[in-house]
Ligand binder design. Structure first.
Ligand SMILES: Nc1ncnc2c1ncn2[C@@H]1O[C@H](COP(=O)(O)OP(=O)(O)OP(=O)(O)O)[C@@H](O)[C@H]1O
Ligand SMILES: Nc1nc(=O)c2ncn([C@H]3C[C@H](O)[C@@H](CO)O3)c2[nH]1
Length: 207
């Protein structure tokens, strides 16, 4: 590990990233970096018309995450302090490769690499996998109105994109451990023992 633990929780929409990252942050007294959702002016428009709004939305996410990552580096990573985040910057590419087409996709990819290639990346990843039924139930339970318009085929596609992306990340960065959690079976919210197993795995990577 080249720097203090920088832990990222990842997984498709509604997998439980923010929930788990918050629980781990409390357990280990770690500062947490959370996704900006409510202030996002494009999500509502995007779910109603993905083709029209995808570029604006992806750029918004990228710029916000870039700023958060810059701040995280200054406040924690450069000072050798551990930190947990409810996303990995790589998710920008997972989503944009799915939502953008043609020249916009090419331009976005270039901007992504220019902005992020030289920044430190998380060195421990928790990947929550879950199938469509589980995700739909959780998204429904959370009840964000703009997600009512989400296409289930899009969500299913993202589940598969995430699996591919995590496999390719494991090959490209073999020194970064990926702890995979079966979100269909493991209930870290209601079951304390199941949370304890995850917390123990994370602790092993914090030494
Ligand atoms: N293991 C679990 N068991 C039951 N409910 C869960 C579990 N994990 C998360 N939830 C619930 O599912 C909903 C979605 O969780 P959360 O917001 O943490 O997902 P997320 O992955 O951060 O979502 P997004 O991708 O939209 O940012 C919340 O209502 C949360 O309370
Ligand atoms: N298109 C797209 N690109 C992203 O980088 C991205 N990151 C998150 N999301 C969506 C999922 C939830 O609805 C909501 C909150 O996570 O925002 C994204 N959508």
């Amino acid at each position: 590990m080249t720097h203090a633990p920088f832990i990222a929780v990842e997984g498709p929409i509604g997998a439980g990233k923010t929930t788990l990252a918050t629980m781990l942050s409390t357990e280990f007294q770690l500062p947490i970096i959370k996704e900006i959702v409510e202030e996002n002016p494009f999500l509502d428009k995007f779910y109603r018309n993905m083709d029209d709004w995808s570029f604006q939305l992806e750029m918004f996410f990228l710029c916000n995450r870039y700023k958060q990552l810059e701040d995280t580096v200054m406040q924690y990573i450069d000072k050798g302090k551990p930190v947990i985040s409810d996303y990995h910057i790589y998710k920008n590419l997972i989503f944009s490769e799915r939502t953008l087409k043609g020249t916009k996709r090419d331009k976005y990819r270039q901007i992504y690499h220019v902005l992020t290639d030289d920044l430190p990346k998380p060195n421990v990843i928790l990947y929550i996998r879950a199938d469509l039924d589980t995700l739909l139930k959780r998204i429904d339970k959370r009840g964000r109105s703009f997600e009512d318009a989400m296409d289930t085929a899009y969500l299913q596609q993202l589940i598969e994109d995430y699996d591919e992306a995590m496999t390719s990340l494991a090959i490209r960065e073999p020194s970064t451990p990926i702890i995979t959690i079966d979100g269909n079976k493991v209930d870290f919210v209601e079951n304390k023992d199941q949370f304890a197993v995850i917390a123990l795995q994370v602790k092993e990577h914090m030494q």
